[in-house]
Design a protein around this ligand. Structure first.
Ligand code: HEC
Length: 195
């Protein structure tokens, strides 16, 4: 009798041990905590037609508040932006003041308060090759200014993640105004309605 009991006990424990899988939770005391009751977003369920789960985002989806920019980061993209891209933000005193403020934060360290390429970092020889905005060889336009802020150019980084679309355009206004000052042009007249 005793030996029969031992045999039964031994075979039982073997069965238990052989079923044990270390990679999984073997006993689920509260299954609801392991297996979720609601449908998983991308799970596959019979109730959806053609194994469709949650809808995938459309390729053209953009985040709210983000303005897509179509000109590529290439020399063709640069030239196209330079000739075709125009600043649609109205040229008002407020917009220019905002541009100046952002310019002082983000650009003046290299480009200088006047846009002559003699910023703080240039004077301390921390960075080389910063052009003046009246550099004739570059002949910057509002489109090219926006383009280089968006994509960066050589050692100058991109500002697309630091400023939103209207901020980039405000800075563009200010850069073009600095260019006019450097070239000794008449200041551009302000538009009356503000944006
Ligand atoms: C870290 C220094 C640095 C900062 C900060 C910087 N730039 Fe530049 N920028 C450069 C250098 C260097 C170049 C020349 C790049 C080249 O063409 O080799 C340049 C070139 C430019 C040009 C001429 C590009 C062309 O079309 O040839 C413009 C316009 C310009 N920067 C605008 C800006 C504006 C606006 C900001 C602020 C949002 C800014 N930069 C911030 C270093 C800087």
């Amino acid at each position: 009798m005793r030996s029969l009991f031992t045999i039964v006990l031994l075979s039982l424990s073997f069965t238990l041990v052989s079923c044990f899988d270390k990679s999984k939770p073997n006993y689920q005391y509260f299954p609801n905590m392991y297996e979720s009751l609601p449908y998983d977003t991308y799970g596959e369920y019979d109730i959806f037609p053609e194994e469709q789960s949650a809808l995938l985002l459309d390729d053209r989806t953009i985040s709210r508040g983000f303005t897509p920019y179509d000109y590529e980061d290439s020399s063709e993209g640069y030239s196209a932006a330079k000739s075709d891209l125009k600043n649609e933000m109205s040229y008002t005193q407020e917009n220019l003041a905002e541009g100046k403020q952002l310019y002082t934060i983000y650009c003046a360290t290299c480009h200088g308060d006047k846009g002559d390429g003699k910023g703080y970092l240039v004077e301390r020889e921390k960075i080389l090759g910063v052009p003046s905005y009246d550099d004739q060889g570059r002949a910057i336009t509002e489109g090219s200014v926006y383009h280089v802020m968006w994509h960066g150019i050589n050692t100058m980084g991109s500002y697309a993640s630091q400023m939103n679309n209207s901020e980039l355009w405000a800075v563009t206004h200010y850069v073009m105004q600095l260019k006019d000052d450097l070239e000794g042009n008449e200041p551009r007249e302000f538009e009356t309605e503000s944006e």
